[in-house]
Design a protein around this ligand. Structure first.
Ligand code: HEM
Length: 425
């Protein structure tokens, strides 16, 4: 479990939101942190800690508190309590100054957390105008329903987790996370589903339909399709073994969609590093966000047509890997093999891990755009770090997903809450 509001590491880890992790990740990532804040016995009756104790609630209560403002307040109160106990003890040898300093930092942090979303003014910092508690009263069961729906979809087919994750990306990059991708074409309306990057490629619409039907049964006309997709993408990653995070909510659904915007805003597999940096930058996402988000290619499958050029014509590719992919992806376009599938991550195609980055380091990026992240350019160093540090990748991915999920949401009276994700009300 990561503790954000702790004495020495407070400032370096102060970005919200918190990322929490599956048990396997937690075990790998949190050991040094747990060691750092071990309890130390004190000669007096009341317990004092050698360092301010950041997580003194039972473990099962910590995720809830961590993901909320209350957690910060709780931290501050416990620091003040510690300093009070110190003062009232005649022979106390704890470091009063250190505890007081931590308490002050905690207070400043709390103020910063409250002010940051206000000052961000609708940008993509943290959750922007969205909120983590949007449905707490309106529809408290929504998160459980989405999780259960995704759990059964992933149990039936693990690739579906990857497909839903990609659907969220393709929604957010085209005029914001507004469920525009879910609108069906009609004789009088052309939406995004048949745009080049989506047609015969994006999948999982029925999974969203099924979850939406259950959410409607529990909370009629309350939860947007855009929020359902944001939650489903988070759960998809976690169900495949990756991190989890707190989703900011309150998006509303678009009244329209644009095929031309989908064609223009989604990067293609032949993109250069400069194009990727620029396209993500256009959405308010940094090169680091871009490289972290590309780690989604640790799961899922791709059609031969999307990587043919790379495996037949490029030189910065591992020869054994190219030969392997050529076996099921014929060189001739249009000859029937265009739709043949290959795993994007050859090592662990169904596990959300950091193998993708090690693939890049050994010339086994499947798309030209993937290999651009490790081809002597600005992202090489970060790829090496992610490849060697699963915890760093997981934490950065979670943060970048929150930022991507905050791209231009419709809120308040904008848009609507669709009853059926495929059509406007
Ligand atoms: C950096 C720019 C990106 C490019 C150029 C790109 C391109 C592609 C392409 C060409 C495919 C295969 C599509 C097909 O065969 O039909 C694909 C699959 C996939 N992409 Fe990306 N992508 C990018 C970023 C992302 C991001 C940011 C995410 C999510 C956060 C993502 C998640 C996925 C997933 C999970 C799949 C597999 C989907 C499945 O198996 O159904 N991609 N991507």
């Amino acid at each position: 479990m990561l503790c954000l509001c702790s004495g020495p590491s407070l400032q370096s880890n102060s970005n919200l939101p918190t990322a929490t992790f599956s048990p396997a990740y937690a075990a790998r990532i949190s050991q040094p942190i747990q060691r750092e804040f071990r309890r130390a016995p004190h000669p007096h009756a009341h317990t004092i800690y050698t360092r301010p104790q950041p997580c003194s609630l039972p473990p099962h209560q910590q995720p809830l508190l961590q993901s909320s403002f209350c957690w910060l307040l709780f931290q501050c109160l416990s620091q003040y309590q510690a300093s009070f106990l110190c003062r009232s003890s005649t022979s106390c040898n704890c470091k009063l100054r250190e505890i007081m300093a931590t308490a002050v930092r905690c207070l400043l942090m709390t103020v910063a957390v409250v002010l940051a979303p206000l000052l961000a003014g609708g940008g993509v910092a943290a959750g922007g105008p969205l909120s983590t508690s949007f449905y707490s009263k309106r529809c408290p069961s929504v998160q459980g329903i989405v999780r259960a729906g995704m759990a059964s979809a992933v149990a039936a087919e693990r690739r579906m987790g990857a497909s839903i994750l990609r659907m969220f990306f393709h929604d957010c990059f085209v005029n914001g996370c507004d469920a525009s991708i879910l609108l069906d074409d009609t004789p009088t309306f052309t939406g995004e589903k048949n745009a080049g990057p989506n047609a015969n490629s994006v999948r999982g619409y029925e999974v969203v339909d099924a979850i939406k039907a259950q959410v409607e049964a529990a909370c009629n006309a309350t939860v947007s399709c855009a929020d359902i997709l944001a939650l489903a993408a988070r759960d998809a990653v976690n169900l495949l073994g990756g991190p989890t995070w707190t989703v900011y909510l309150g998006r509303r659904d678009a009244l329209t969609a644009s095929q031309s915007d989908a064609n223009a805003n989604l990067p293609g597999p032949g993109s250069s590093l400069a194009t990727l940096v620029s396209m993500f930058g256009g959405k308010g996402l940094s090169p680091r966000d871009m490289t972290a988000l590309s780690g989604a290619h640790t799961v899922g499958q791709a059609r031969c047509a999307t990587f043919r050029d790379r495996i037949y014509t490029e030189s910065n590719i591992n020869a054994t890997f190219a030969a392997l992919r050529q076996q099921t992806c014929p060189q001739q376009a249009g000859g029937g093999g265009d739709g043949n599938l290959a795993p994007i991550d050859a090592q662990t195609p169904e596990a959300f891990d950091n193998a993708y980055y090690r693939n890049l380091m050994s010339g086994q990026g499947l798309f030209h755009s993937d290999q651009e992240l490790f081809n002597g350019g600005s992202q090489d160093a970060l790829v090496r770090k992610y490849g060697g540090n699963a915890g760093m990748f997981a934490a950065d991915f979670a943060k970048a997903m929150v930022r991507m999920g905050a791209i231009s949401p419709l809120t308040g009276a904008q848009g609507e809450v669709r009853l059926n994700c495929r059509k406007v009300n």
